[in-house]
Design a protein around this ligand. Structure first.
Ligand SMILES: CC(C)(COP(=O)(O)OP(=O)(O)OC[C@H]1O[C@@H](n2cnc3c(N)ncnc32)[C@H](O)[C@@H]1OP(=O)(O)O)[C@@H](O)C(=O)NCCC(=O)NCCS
Length: 146
């Protein structure tokens, strides 16, 4: 099921067929967290995630991707709003829609990583790890750099 949220002429949709893959790839390959990511990798990640596109008259202005099992864990990634459309509350509305999305209401563990947008996510209840000593990570450098 693809859901649609509407506000002030903007829409947020989980319909992957609406996504402008070129816009998303273009943003991500220049981002600090996915620099030089190949187009095919972005497509594969999108195919295997719950995706939220933000649009004005079908033009893609923003995006977020959630890797989830729909019950225990949801990992929010690749959140962006294109530069000309920032400071209008759009990322806050995007996060609001993601967190209120009916298929995600059983999720008990939300995670994300950010370099500097803690103040955005804090407004939605995200905090630094309560017990960082319990968490582990394994990183394998991507062949394209990050
Ligand atoms: C971060 C980003 C998504 C914010 O989008 P936006 O639509 O301009 O943000 P909004 O207008 O919804 O407001 C964001 C809120 O978070 C706060 N905030 C905290 N850290 C922030 C940051 N690093 N960048 C932007 N806003 C930030 C803002 O002050 C604002 O709160 P306020 O309205 O209470 O003052 C956008 O700047 C962006 O795409 N940046 C580049 C990609 C990126 O860094 N993505 C996040 C990766 S975790």
């Amino acid at each position: 099921m693809n859901d649609l949220y509407e506000k002030n002429g903007y829409t947020i949709s989980t319909d992957k067929s609406k996504l402008d893959l070129r816009v998303i790839h273009d943003f991500l390959r220049n981002s600090y967290w996915a620099q030089n990511i190949p187009y095919e990798t972005v497509v594969r990640a999108i195919e295997n995630s719950l995706c939220f596109g933000l649009y004005q008259a079908n033009k893609q202005l923003g995006f977020a991707r959630v890797a989830t099992d729909y019950c225990r864990i949801a990992y929010v990634m690749d959140v962006f709003i294109l530069e000309p459309y920032r400071h209008r509350g759009l990322s806050k509305w995007l996060m609001e829609c993601i967190l209120a999305h009916p298929p995600l209401q059983e999720v008990r563990g939300w995670m994300l990583a950010t370099q500097d947008a803690h103040g955005l996510y804090a407004q939605f209840g995200f905090t630094p790890l309560e017990k960082p000593e319990k968490y582990m990570q394994k990183r394998i450098p991507a062949p394209y750099g990050v």
